[in-house]
Write a protein that binds this ligand. Structure first.
Ligand code: HEC
Length: 241
């Protein structure tokens, strides 16, 4: 990895913090923020591209947001300065595409939502440990429970909260023909694939599905083939009776 340089906006944020009258850099004020809402929005709108350990997100398209501010925090940048950088990045991600050719979309959240997300990320970036209190339960963990085939259809939803996971990491089917479907309400691109059996289309809303025939007594792995998603944990095991 190359040397990471603090974005220029960071310097502005620091100047603003030290000399509040100086707002040449856009003067990010810090209104009250709801970090619980900020966490939920971060997981839904940002987590598919960014890793942030306290939020439990594992996206790899954009930079790791625990690492991104580690050096700056070590050098004494406070939470307010970091929050200002994140806020500006959300509204004006005026940076070049990364080495995968991907640019961060602007204004995925705006208004108070952007303040909430920036405040949450700044408060947890590069912090070890776990979120506590209301933050701990802000986003329900995905993957619990078992999806069961019904009337020839096995429906395994994508996590609707934006986590790179299926709502159920276990599924059970019966031998013979089946339609495997993945309803996706997350707004994030996903598909459902079983090697050797079939693959559904990539959808960001709607349903990905394919028809297959299951063998008795076998178990299969279903996963999302969008780059980085399976590695982040978007897979599960289908057991056939
Ligand atoms: C489609 C993927 C994608 C989404 C969604 C996304 N980002 Fe990004 N983000 C990127 C990429 C790519 C970069 C890196 C640009 C670069 O390094 O030049 C980036 C950079 C950043 C940075 C700068 C990190 C650094 O190293 O300085 C921050 C902060 C950030 N994003 C926060 C967010 C927040 C908050 C959200 C949600 C509102 C979000 N991102 C949503 C792809 C994404």
């Amino acid at each position: 990895m190359g040397k990471r340089i603090m974005p220029r906006a960071a310097l502005c944020a620091v100047i603003v913090a030290v000399v509040p009258a100086l707002s040449a850099c856009g003067g990010v004020k810090d209104p009250q923020a709801d970090v619980v809402a900020g966490k939920q929005l971060f997981v839904k709108k940002c987590g598919a591209c960014h890793t942030l350990s306290r939020a439990g997100t594992k996206g790899t398209t954009g930079p790791d947001l625990d690492e991104a501010f580690q050096q700056s925090i070590k050098e004494g940048f406070g939470t307010t300065a970091v929050r200002g950088v994140i806020y500006k990045q959300i509204l004006y991600p005026n940076r070049l595409p990364n080495d995968k050719g991907i640019k961060m979309p602007a204004k995925l959240v705006s208004g108070q939502d952007a303040h909430d997300v920036a405040a949450y990320v700044a408060s947890v970036s590069s912090r070890t440990g776990k979120d506590t209190g209301r933050l701990a339960t802000a986003v329900q963990a995905a993957g619990g429970g078992t999806a069961t085939e019904k009337d020839g259809v096995l429906s395994i939803a994508a996590d609707p909260n934006g986590q790179l996971a299926f709502a159920a990491a276990k599924a059970s089917g019966t031998a013979g023909p089946v339609t495997i479907e993945m309803p996706n309400k997350s707004g994030i691109q996903h598909d459902i694939v079983i090697d050797g059996l079939g693959r559904g289309e990539v959808v960001s809303s709607g349903t990905s599905s394919f028809k297959a025939s299951l063998d008795a007594g076998k178990s299969y792995t279903y996963y999302c083939s969008v780059p980085g998603h399976r590695q982040a944990g978007m897979q599960g095991t289908l057991t056939v009776k």
